[in-house]
Design a protein around this ligand. Structure first.
Ligand SMILES: [Zn+2]
Length: 88
């Protein structure tokens, strides 16, 4: 009498799906004249009753640079696309 003792162990490994590395490039907004980041745009804010705060509405093209203290043009830059810039 051989007890057919068969144990089948199924390797159930519920490992979560690996989150994709977030390498989303980030943008910078700079003044086209002095390369400063102290730039701002004309925009509308709308009141949100739910959030009890002003939410950004329309954003217009008109831009202003605090450093130039004048109207400027904003240049978009991308950071994060290349890393490991040697410093110094
Ligand atoms: Zn400027």
């Amino acid at each position: 009498m051989a007890p057919g003792n068969q144990m089948s162990t199924e390797g159930i490994s519920a490992d979560p799906a690996p989150a994709p590395a977030k390498t989303a490039s980030r943008l910078t907004m700079r003044c086209s004249y002095c390369d400063s980041e102290n730039v701002m745009r004309d925009a509308w804010a709308t009141w949100s009753v739910e959030d009890q705060s002003w939410c950004l509405g329309n954003v217009f093209d008109a831009a202003f640079c605090e450093d130039c203290e004048n109207d400027t043009k904003i240049v978009e830059g991308v950071i994060g696309s290349q890393e490991g810039q040697a410093d110094g």
